[in-house]
Design a protein around this ligand. Structure first.
Ligand SMILES: Nc1ncnc2c1ncn2[C@@H]1O[C@H](COP(=O)(O)OP(=O)(O)OP(=O)(O)O)[C@@H](O)[C@H]1O
Length: 211
């Protein structure tokens, strides 16, 4: 498998945020995207996940000899957790497992196993809104585990996590990569994942790209 971007540019409103972004990942590879606030990291991730259109360039997911729509290959974990506060954790995860299955994702872990993998076994019966910020973020990771998609797109994934959860998250990412998955993560802090590719977003100043 291969996940690649070629000569991507994107605009928010009137402003061109970045241009000529290219990378290629194959099985087991990770890309960490860094850069100052406002340099376009979140925008790039949304373009990669198919949630925003690019201005120019291409995003491709190649499986063997077949080109598949990149958005169908991606799990997207944004700043927000995309869980309903009023529903229980189990109901939220069941929704995502069923939704992803309809969208063609292969089955993943069952709900209990996924909750256990993020260190929160036994509280899946609680409303999501009752959990602490860090527990909510951990449960949002569990969403990545209940259906299999080969590419994980992660925006500031470790915000709100304590040291133990950081290590747990690094372990989940390593396991995903070891199984041949790929990931792209925007972050201001190290993810604890070894051998990653790096992309530094520089942003634009006064309409010109920084050196
Ligand atoms: N819907 C929108 N309409 C217009 N401009 C937007 C919109 N969303 C974001 N922007 C602008 O696009 C720029 C890049 O935002 P983006 O969230 O991609 O940056 P980022 O590198 O992820 O920043 P941070 O590190 O602060 O999360 C910012 O200047 C932001 O104000």
């Amino acid at each position: 498998m291969r996940f690649e971007a070629q000569a991507l540019s994107a605009r928010r409103g009137e402003d061109l945020l970045f241009r000529d972004i290219s990378f290629a990942l194959s099985d087991g590879e990770a890309l960490v995207v860094t850069g100052p606030n406002g340099s376009g990291k979140s925008t790039l991730l949304r373009v990669l996940a198919g949630l925003l259109p690019q201005e120019e360039g291409t995003v491709r997911f190649v499986d063997g000899t077949e080109d598949r729509p990149a958005r169908e290959a991606c799990h997207y974990l944004g700043h927000r957790n995309a869980m309903k506060r009023e529903l229980t954790v189990e109901e939220n995860l069941t929704f995502w497992a069923e939704f992803m299955a309809k969208e063609g994702a292969a089955p993943g872990m069952d709900i209990d196993e996924a909750a256990e993998s993020v260190g929160l076994a036994g509280i899946a019966h609680l409303p999501f809104g009752y959990l602490s910020a860090g527990q909510q973020r951990r449960m949002a990771f569990a969403k990545l585990l209940v259906a299999h998609r080969p590419v994980w797109i992660l925006d500031e994934p470790t915000a709100a996590l304590d040291v133990k959860a950081d290590a747990m998250f690094a372990g989940l990412c390593q396991a995903h990569l070891a199984a041949g998955g790929m990931l792209v993560a925007a972050t201001h802090q190290p993810l604890g994942i070894e051998s990653v590719k790096s992309l530094v977003m520089k942003g634009f100043e006064y309409g010109e790209a920084l050196a």
